[in-house]
Ligand binder design. Structure first.
Ligand code: C2E
Ligand code: MG
Ligand code: MG
Length: 763
């Protein structure tokens, strides 16, 4: 608990210590004006009040080191510096000053000088926490600052002190040590400011202000004492006390948990004038030193330091040039696709944003999304190397057909995009057709002529897509539609009710649903109309949507189709259906029917997938019937026949669904390798009342039987219709009259004790 309160607010001890320091400073200051007369009082002032400021500051710094773990070294070093300084004072006041002849150097000097290294450590440690990594340019800026400051200091401030060279070596050394220590401190301070740039960091600024106050005191002291004018206990001594108090205030601000590094990231704070201000001033100051020093008016060391400063600035300029060039290269690389040298997705997004900013309904922009067909096969059969070669040829081929302002990018894999500024739908469509034509020409890859196709989706902005993300998604939807419909080029059409946003969201959610467990199958039983046995169950997909409840295929299938997710959807349903079947198959050999969609007809892997799925659940192929809607088969009769043939070769039963809703002729059935015909509800619902409907059913049944197909009547809603359909020769019935589609667990229960009475009535 104690720790938490320390971390949050200013801890009491620290606050009290700071107050003590301030009060002691006030008393000491007022004592300069009026103080009780007597040597004893002088001792009290010099010893007690002066050092109380130091000791209280030590306590504040020590508490800060306990509180702010990241800055621990800094505050400890500062506490040590102040402590050793106070010790020096005590020794000086109590011992040295009382000796008849003050020795120089004395023990007090050792304490005073030890103060500086600790100060350097404190300053460097504060910087270290703030800047995790120094770049070359930062080092150079620091060096410029350090050299410039030293040049100025040597030239104008410390010149006289540096010339004090009389006396024995110890005296000379000690005499020199103070100004050198001060110059190093000054150089360090300016270097740090130079490297970090000017920044709003109160802690650092307070510490720096303290050090500057200290420096001013030292420099004035050096000058006065070199002329024998220093008056101990005078106003000058205040500068050192103020320095100590400033550092204590800085320490008081130290907090645990302040994300010091994040706040002071160099990339954010080193910008604009803040970066150049200090190095530039140091450089100018160096030039002034050089100009004024003309004719040996200033120490030679100052001139050399100034020259070094100017040379470092030149080096800094060279580094800046290099950094800018490297930055540009990195920027370019980050926007280029490595394989093809075309722009990449990031570049496209940026360009699209720029184009969209200027696009209006009258001057729209268009995006074409291209996805190669059959690229996977090239990769699989000829290897990735060949695939890469093919991808590299796409860019140059397309580029020829594009205008100067058009922007071609590779988005990844075999997906490319073309951004067409100032282009409406018609023009975009024409362009897409042209690009498609170009890609349909054979490619030469490793001396093989390869034919690949391409599916292109088109969308425009600002209507219907108002943002870059939307534009990409709409073009994506259109591209999938082009792919699944095998149309080549498809234009994105918003949903008729204008709720394209909803549709897009649904599609996005569906992608997630497919990888989760939101999809379920409901099962609807099929019964033999003569015997009354259960002969099958149809698996019908449902989407257990987290917010919209249970969604039917009517809501889910269009979204899946638009998103190009029909194949993965079938895969998921197949999996769920077989998983369920495996639960009852050992007791009841009732096969399950799964619906296929148009996308499955073009899926060359389907037979393999089905085989593997059956094996996974230990089911024979007779446990599965696959339904294909009549229209799907008519869309590509050749392909439909092949797929049905391959599936049948596996031993899986095949069924033609919704028969009667399409335009297939009965003669066409002859060529289809199917086992079952499902009569659509539109044909079966009126068989009692409509003689013509009954006649159609009767003849269809006869023909189907003639061709060896069994006949299932769909949508049987009442028992009378079931009876009539049985009379007309239908073999199997499915519909509400028997049972509505139900969850798998309910179906398992239903299998145990079927709750329908059709058997009795029919038989
Ligand atoms: P479908 O394959 O013809 O399935 C029969 C549909 O008729 C089911 O609708 C079922 O609930 C409904 N139905 C059953 N008995 C009756 C009845 O007595 N009266 C009426 N009015 N309707 C009845 P559902 O589940 O809404 O499915 C609609 C269509 O969605 C299915 O028609 C099928 O074409 C498609 N579908 C369902 N699940 C899948 C799937 O997993 N994949 C694919 N590609 N399509 C599916
Ligand atoms: Mg069906
Ligand atoms: Mg049907």
């Amino acid at each position: 608990m104690q720790r938490t309160s320390e971390a949050g607010a200013s801890p009491a001890t620290s606050r009290t210590a700071l107050t003590v320091a301030l009060v002691a400073l006030a008393v000491y200051t007022s004592g300069m004006v009026v103080r009780p007369v007597g040597a004893g009082w002088d001792i009290v002032y010099e010893l007690v009040f002066y050092n109380t400021v130091s000791i209280a500051a030590v306590v504040v710094c020590w508490r800060a080191s306990r509180r702010a773990a990241a800055e621990r070294t800094a505050w400890r070093a500062l506490a040590f510096a102040l402590l050793i300084n106070a010790a020096g004072d005590v020794v000086y006041t109590l011992v040295i000053a009382r000796l008849p002849v003050e020795p120089f150097p004395s023990v007090a000097d050792a304490f005073y000088l030890a103060y500086y290294p600790a100060l350097y450590v404190a300053l460097l440690a504060l910087i270290r926490v703030r800047v995790p990594r120094f770049h070359t340019s930062m080092w150079l800026d620091g060096l410029i600052g350090g050299l410039g400051a030293t040049a100025v200091a040597v030239a104008f401030l410390l010149g006289p002190s540096l010339q004090v060279t009389g006396g024995d070596p110890a005296t000379v050394l000690t005499n020199l040590a103070y100004p050198v220590a001060d110059v190093v401190l000054l150089a360090l301070l300016v270097a740090v400011g130079s490297a970090l740039g000017v920044r709003r960091d109160p802690t650092l600024l307070l510490v720096a202000a303290g050090m500057v106050a200290n420096l001013v005191g030292d420099i004035v002291y050096l000058n006065l004492s070199s002329q024998g004018l220093y008056d101990a206990g005078g106003t000058l001594d205040l500068s050192w006390l103020v320095a100590i108090v400033l550092m204590a205030v800085a320490a008081q601000r130290a907090r645990e948990g302040k994300s010091v590094r994040g706040r002071l990231e160099p990339s954010r704070s080193r910008s604009g004038w803040r970066v150049v201000a200090i190095p530039l001033s140091c450089n100018l100051a160096s030039l002034v030193v050089l100009a004024l020093g003309w004719g040996d008016r200033l120490p030679g060391l100052a001139a050399w330091l100034a020259i070094a400063c100017v040379l470092t600035a030149l080096a800094r300029t060279a580094v800046t040039f290099r950094e800018v060039r490297a930055f540009n290269e990195v920027k370019l690389e980050a926007r280029t696709d490595e394989l093809t040298g075309l722009a990449n997705r990031r570049a496209l997004l940026e360009q699209a944003q720029a184009v969209l900013d200027g696009a209006t309904a009258r001057a729209p922009a268009a995006l074409l999304l291209l996805d190669l067909d059959g690229f996977k096969e090239v990769n699989d059969s000829l290897g990735h190397h060949a695939g890469d070669q093919l991808l590299r040829q796409v860019g140059p081929r397309l580029q020829g057909a594009l205008r100067g302002a058009d922007f071609l990018a590779r988005l990844g894999g075999d997906e490319f995009a073309v951004l067409l500024p100032g282009t409406g739908l018609d023009e975009a469509y024409a362009c897409a057709e042209q690009l498609r034509g170009l890609l349909l020409e054979p490619f030469m890859v490793e001396d093989i002529r390869l034919h690949v196709g391409v599916s292109i989706g088109i969308s425009t902005a600002p209507v219907p897509a108002a943002s870059v993300q939307e534009l990409l998604r709409c073009a994506d939807v259109a591209m999938y539609a082009a792919k699944s419909g095998r149309e080549g080029v498809h234009i994105y059409v918003p949903a008729p009710n204008g709720r394209s946003g909803d549709r897009l969201r649904t599609m996005e959610e569906l992608r997630n649903a497919l990888s989760g467990d939101e999809l379920v199958v409901y099962l609807q039983p099929q019964v033999d109309l003569c015997e009354g046995w259960i002969v099958g169950a149809e698996a019908l997909v449902r989407w257990n949507h987290p917010t919209r409840g249970l969604l039917s295929p009517a809501e889910l299938l269009p979204a899946a189709e638009q998103a190009g997710l029909l194949r993965p959807l079938t895969d998921a349903v197949l999996e769920l259906a077989l998983q369920a079947t495996a639960r009852w198959w050992p007791d009841r050999a009732v096969p399950v029917s799964v619906n296929l969609s148009v996308a499955n007809v073009t899926d060359l892997d389907l037979p393999d997938k089905v085989g593997r799925a059956l094996a996974r659940y230990g089911l024979p192929s007779s446990a599965l019937t696959l339904e294909l809607v009549e229209d799907t088969l008519m869309a590509d009769p050749e392909r439909g026949r092949t797929v049905l043939g391959e599936l049948r070769a596996l031993g899986v039963r095949t069924s033609i669904d919704d028969y009667g809703t399409g335009y297939s002729s009965l003669a066409y059935l002859r060529h289809l390798p199917a086992d079952e015909l499902k009569l659509d509800r539109s044909l079966t619902q009126d068989v009692i009342t409509d003689v013509r409907a009954a006649a159609i059913v009767r003849h269809t049944v006869a023909l189907a039987h003639e061709l060896g197909l069994s006949l299932v009547a769909e949508g049987v809603e009442d028992q009378a219709t079931a009876t009539r359909l049985a009379e007309l020769g239908c073999d199997v019935a499915q519909g509400y009259a028997i049972a509505r589609p139900m969850p798998v667990d309910d179906f398992l229960q239903w299998l145990e004790e079927p709750t329908w009475a059709l058997v009795d009535e029919v038989s």
